[in-house]
Design a protein around this ligand. Structure first.
Ligand code: ZN
Length: 274
């Protein structure tokens, strides 16, 4: 089996009431959530998953939903520098989805082979009114994608020759994609924002790690909210249920440690997987 290592990359952060991402549980709890990417390496390839938020999308220090935020392409460059890499060292970019906080740095990687789902492109070009109001997609992204020289627009699930597995998991967006990464330790799943946080897949969790490593108590979901804790940024709940059920089966085990989500602080604190 092909063996990969995974590093989490810190691209900045957004400060959001936890309740917004947890069906209203703990509405008064305000938490810094990281913008994130991942670096996948197998000794031959440097693959980047997601490219953060563009600096122009943070207006007066605020981003998505009017929440305080910091980030931008320099964060992406700095995160790669920490790993001893420059943008041109990235062979391949995989997008979990094309929301503004995941595809904002697309223009940094014009030469890289770039993969995303066909339905994600359709969603980007035809956003729902709610997606427009919240500026979920960056208006810049369609033009940024035109600059890319080697694009693979795929539809559905695939196993790549290098051992990575791609799964189309709609719900958060039409073409959200999870990536299964086989490592020496086992199979990790990069979930993108299906779900944003591990608590969505594991709603009975009663502790949450913050950026920096401290741990706080949180309210576990009541039984009526089970089996999954959805948030307000799911556009197709039927599809999301199917996607979560599929996610459940993809990892080494159905426990939180194997699910590397789009915005969980503990993943940034830990940095290395594999
Ligand atoms: Zn996100």
């Amino acid at each position: 089996m092909a063996s990969w290592t995974i590093k989490s990359l810190y691209y900045g952060k957004i400060t959001v009431p936890k309740g917004n991402l947890a069906s209203g549980l703990d509405p008064d709890l305000i938490i810094d959530f990281p913008y994130m990417g991942y670096l996948l390496q197998n000794g031959k390839q440097n693959i980047l998953v997601d490219t953060g938020i563009h600096e122009d999308n943070i207006i007066d220090g605020k981003a998505w939903g009017g929440c305080p935020a910091q980030g931008g392409r320099k964060y992406v460059i700095e995160a790669l520098e920490k790993e001893g890499l420059k943008p041109q060292d990235i062979d391949t970019v995989l997008y979990t989805h094309l929301h503004n906080d995941h595809a904002g740095g697309a223009s940094l990687f014009p030469e890289a082979r770039t993969w995303f789902q066909k339905d994600e492109l359709t969603n980007l070009l035809n956003p729902l009114p709610t997606q427009k109001i919240r500026s979920d997609f960056d208006k810049r992204t369609p033009d940024d994608l035109k600059l890319l020289k080697d694009v693979y627009i795929i539809d559905g699930d695939m196993v790549l020759p290098n051992g990575l597995e791609l799964y189309k998991l709609p719900g958060h967006t039409s073409g959200s994609m999870a990536i299964v990464v086989p490592t020496a330790k086992g199979r990790y799943v990069l979930t993108g924002d299906i779900p944003h946080l591990g608590i969505s897949l594991f709603p009975k969790l009663d502790r949450m790690e913050l950026l920096g490593g401290s741990v706080i108590d949180i309210t576990p979901a009541p039984d009526i909210m089970m089996p999954y804790l959805f948030n307000s940024v799911i556009y197709d709940h039927y599809a999301a249920f199917d996607s979560y059920n599929k996610l459940k089966a993809l990892a080494e085990e159905f426990t939180p440690q194997w699910y590397l989500t789009g915005h969980d602080c503990w993943i940034i604190n830990r940095n290395f997987f594999g």
